[in-house]
Design a protein around this ligand. Structure first.
Ligand code: SF4
Length: 144
């Protein structure tokens, strides 16, 4: 396969705590069916990493991303909806640091892995405590 025809490789980072009760089905099906934040990907796009942050405060992020950089051609990292969402899970206090670490290592960040984050974001827009427009968590995001 020529370099131009190489499939795009992506990876997903998920929350270690949520992993105790979530097998990841929603993220994996969204990717497989090319829905939500995966909807613009070519059918050839490969998911070559699906890993947790390693526990608060994102203990394994740096090591895993470094390995990903060395061993794969991943350019895009999706931050799972369970890291971003604030209901019904306990809010992740480290999500902005996690997102910034990913960006600092040169990966493009896409926020969300299924429609749950989209729904929460939409509902926050309509509530008393929306994210402010310049909240860094929304920087460079592709929600819809
Ligand atoms: S740092 Fe955030 S994403 Fe990681 S386990 Fe803790 S709450 Fe979950």
């Amino acid at each position: 396969m020529s370099p131009q025809n190489k499939p795009l490789d992506i990876a997903i980072i998920r929350c270690e705590r949520t992993q105790e009760s979530c097998p990841g089905t929603s993220c994996l099906l969204s990717f497989q069916e090319k829905k939500h934040t995966f909807r613009n990907y070519d059918p050839q796009t490969r998911l070559v990493g699906f890993f947790s942050c390693g526990g608060c405060p994102g203990r394994r992020i740096f090591r895993l991303l470094r390995t990903l950089k060395e061993e794969t051609n991943v350019k895009i990292i999706h931050i799972s909806s369970c890291i971003l969402k604030e209901e019904p899970f306990p809010k992740c206090l480290h999500k902005k640091d996690i997102i910034n670490s990913v960006k600092k290592l040169g990966f493009k960040v896409v926020l969300g892995t299924d429609n749950k984050w989209e729904i929460e974001l939409q509902s926050k827009r309509n509530r008393d405590t929306p994210y402010s427009k310049d909240d860094p968590i929304l920087e460079g995001s592709e929600h819809w």
